[in-house]
Design a protein. Sequence first.
Length: 388
Amino acid sequence: MGFHSFESPYDWSRIDSFRRRAEQCPGGMVDLSVGSPVDPVPRSVRDALTAASDDGQARGYPKTAGDGLLRQAAADWFRRCRGVDLDALGADLVPTVGSKEAVALMASLLHLGPGDRVVQPTVSYPTYAIGTQLAGAQVTTVDDPTDTDSWVDLPGVRAIWINSPGNPGGQVIDRAGLAKIVRAARSIKAMVLSDECYALLDWSRPAQARQNAPIPASPCILEPQVCGGDASGILCLYSLSKQSNMAGYRAALVAGDAHLVEAMTAYRKQVGLIVPGPVQRAMRAALDDGEAVLAQREVYARRLRALAQALRAYGYEAVMPQGGLYIWTQARSGDCWADMADLSRMGILASPGEFYGDGRRLRFSSTISDEQLELALERLRTGPKDPC
C-alpha cells in the first residue's frame, strides 16, 4: 500500500480572504462554513473519559479492534438504533480514529489501486475522492447512485460510496434504494461503502415524546431487508462527532463484512491506527446515552429551521434538509464565489459549493452557538446596512 498523488478543490485556505473580510464587521464574523460542533460533550461521556484516564486502558496499549465493553456497546447500539444484528449478518466492527481517517484510507486498506474504479455521488464529501486517488484508483461520479444503470456496466467498478443522510445535500436514501444499490454491486462483485455518520439526524422522522422511544434513524445499509441478511461486501461507517459533539475525540467505527473488517484491522494494528483506550470508554458512554442524542437532535433541528427561514428572507431557496446538519441551496448569483463575497460583507462566512462538486451552490452549517445563530439571523433578515 503506497500513497498516490491527489487533487481536490477542497482547500479551506481558498476562503481566507472572505474570512478576513467577515471578521472586520462590527460584532465579528459568524462562521457557517465548517461543520464543527460547538455544544457541550454529554456529561456521561466526560465522566467516562475522566474515569478511564488512569485505568489499564490508559496505561497500557489499547486493542485495535476495540475492547470488549466498547464492542458490546456498539453491537447493542446497532441492534437498538439501527435494527441490525451484526452477528446474524456475519458482520464485525472496528473503531477508527475519526471518520475522515476511515474514509481517506478505505480504498487503500481494501487493496484498490490502478485499474480499479470507485463510484461516488457527484455532489459529496470531498474525502471520498481523495481517498480513492490516494489508492491510485479511478474516481467516477454519478448524479444518483440509486440509478444503478449509470454505473453497473462500467468497467473496473470495485466499490460504490454512498452517503445517507448526505453531506452537503441532506438527502436520505430509502430502503428500496439501498437494496437496489446492494443488488447491483453484488452482481458485479463490487463493495458498497455506506457513510451513515448523520443517521440519527434524520428530520423526516420526528422523535417521539414517550419514554424509551427509539431515536429516529435513517435506513441502514446493514438492515436485513436491505442486505438480505448478509453483510458480505458491505461496510457501514458511523461517527460520534455530530450526535455527541465528540469531533475532537476522533471517535468513529466501521461495521460490516467480517472478512473485510478483519483484513483492515490487521493493517490498522501494524500502523498504529488505534483509538486511545480512554476514548474507547467515552465512545461506549456516548453509544449508551440516547437521552443526550435526543436533546442534541432538538438543538440542531431548531437551528436548521431558523436558518432556513432567514436564508429565504434574504432571497435563497433554502429548505429544511431531509437529514444532516446543513442547508444546501442555490447561490443567489448563480456562482458560489460571488455569493461568498456578498455574505462576507455582512460578516457571514459560508462554505462554497465547489468544495462538494457544485459551484452553483452554497452550504450553511448549523453547528454554531445560539448567540452566533441569532446574529446570523438578524443580518440575513435585515440585509446589508453598512457593508464591511
